[in-house]
Write a protein that binds this ligand. Structure first.
Ligand SMILES: NC(=O)c1ccc[n+]([C@@H]2O[C@H](COP(=O)([O-])OP(=O)(O)OC[C@H]3O[C@@H](n4cnc5c(N)ncnc54)[C@H](OP(=O)(O)O)[C@@H]3O)[C@@H](O)[C@H]2O)c1
Length: 434
């Protein structure tokens, strides 16, 4: 009998791409360290991917190969913890999750789409079967934010969670600001440098951030993960001129995922926001992620680090594997799945906050009067107003920030601005997050 007994964690790894290969490397590199921390040996028994002949920079010839990842969870495989690193909310990832958890086998995943979409079902299945369901790598890569919310801050009523959760977007916004470049130019460059996917839709349209926000909201507020009712805006419409005005006004533009307790209920939303430059989250640059949590007892805590990439993501997967090995349990979404409240997010029209509005208008008498009349009639009170230069075609920019108001009023104001003859293009609106 070995020093640590006969108990062993026998891994089956589905997906050998960026993260899967990273996990294999760590398990092979840190055999002794992981065994000491787990209290038992951890070994890889079986793997699955699409293309057996692909060079992955790792030698998988010593592991059993499965063409169908779902077979990793079969009794014949001998696997007792399945690690899903394929991706996608449905398809093989979901089939594998159902098979593994249904058989009472531990299931570790980095798949935010899967947890955001089927989190409640999978958590319920895990609890029914007494199996572990872990997903630390699904949100903010190497930052242990799931553990922080589920364990470290478990004694707090959470007021808000705000995060820069997508490295690609933060990288693009950072370069737009530093180099004064347009969105499309930075995106092209980011694709060439490998910071953005060939199809960047999930990242730049905010969908990836929405998946992560749905998971954070569930953990923070004990609600079902709900991706369907999460208002989501990306960064395609951010113009260099808004980045410049943000700077002039003392802000930076960041794509944020927000889950917040308000008088109306729980707000969840994803959108670019103006963040005061003095705020911790405003100073998170390049591809770095950060999450700021407000708890009633602890106050503000800030978490920052690499949100993606082979090493950071594999690091989070290993933390989950060790938790399974150590028997660190508890409900995967923080409270038992049958006690998760139905998600009933506050409609974004009810959001109360301050706003940045930019208009391009024809420079003629009476314009200001028209604009201020609409603002007054819609009960939107102005905090500051700037008029800047002559644009190439004779228009000028009017930039204003508001005092706290309700979003429905801002939306009505923007509608009415758009109808004015003097307004030359669709107005830009950004929420300001204190
Ligand atoms: N990359 C990151 O930085 C990062 C960060 C956080 C979370 N994640 C999450 O981690 C997961 C994996 O991401 P990744 O970047 O490692 O993806 P990836 O590089 O595209 O790798 C995906 C892997 O899944 C395999 N695969 C796809 N369809 C399959 C199927 N039907 N059967 C078996 N294997 C299949 C692929 O096989 P082939 O290699 O043979 O094509 C590949 O090895 C995703 O859920 C992602 O959202 C990634």
């Amino acid at each position: 009998m070995s020093k640590q007994g006969d108990r062993k964690i026998i891994l089956g790894i589905a997906g050998l791409g960026t993260v899967g290969a990273g996990v294999v490397k760590i398990v092979e590199r840190h055999v002794g360290l992981l065994a000491d921390r787990a209290g038992c040996a951890i070994e890889i028994r079986a793997v699955s991917a699409r293309d057996r002949s692909r060079d992955r920079g790792i030698d998988v010839s010593g592991y059993d190969w499965y063409d169908n990842p779902v077979d990793l969870a079969s009794p014949e495989s001998g696997v007792n913890v399945v690690v899903e690193l394929i991706g996608g909310s449905d398809g093989p990832a979901l089939a594998l999750a159902r098979e593994a958890l249904g058989r009472g086998i531990g299931f570790v995943t980095a798949n935010k789409a899967l947890i955001a979409t089927h989190g409640k079902e999978l958590a319920a299945l895990a609890e029914e079967k007494g199996a572990a369901l872990k997903f630390e790598a699904a949100v903010a890569g190497g930052i242990p934010i799931i553990k922080a919310l589920r364990e470290g801050l478990a004694g707090n009523a959470i007021a808000s969670v705000r995060g820069i959760l997508n490295g690609t977007c933060n990288y693009i916004l950072t370069r737009m600001e530093r180099e004064g470049l347009a969105f499309d130019d930075v995106l092209k460059d980011a694709q060439q440098l490998g910071y953005a996917e060939a199809d960047p839709t999930f990242d730049i349209d905010g969908i990836d951030t929405a998946h992560k926000t749905a998971i954070l909201a569930s953990l923070a507020f004990g609600t079902e993960p709900d991706i369907e009712n999460l208002p989501t805006e990306g960064i395609r419409t951010i113009a260099p001129v808004d980045i410049e005005y943000a700077k002039e006004l003392g802000y930076r533009i960041k794509l944020l995922g927000v889950a917040q307790h308000t008088d109306e209920g729980i707000e969840t939303r994803v959108h670019p926001a103006m963040v005061p430059t003095r705020a911790a989250i405003a100073n998170v640059m390049d591809a770095t992620n950060a999450v700021v949590v407000e708890g009633d007892a602890v106050g503000q805590t800030v978490y920052e680090g690499a949100g993606a990439g082979e090493g950071p993501t594999a690091s989070a997967v290993l933390a989950d594997i060790l938790d399974v090995a150590r028997g660190v349990g508890g409900p995967s979404l923080g409270i038992p799945a049958d006690r998760l409240k139905a998600s009933a997010p506050v409609p974004v029209e009810k959001h109360r906050g301050t706003y940045y509005i930019r208009l391009r208008v024809g420079d003629r008498p009476g314009v200001m009067a028209d604009i201020t009349k609409i603002l007054a009639e819609e009960n939107v009170s102005i905090e500051s107003m700037l008029q800047r230069g002559r644009a190439d075609d004779g228009g000028v920019y009017i930039v204003l920030t508001t005092h706290e108001t309700v979003e429905a009023s801002v939306a009505a104001t923007l509608d009415r601005f758009t109808q004015l003859d003097c307004v030359l293009e669709t107005p830009t609106m950004l929420r300001i997050e204190a």
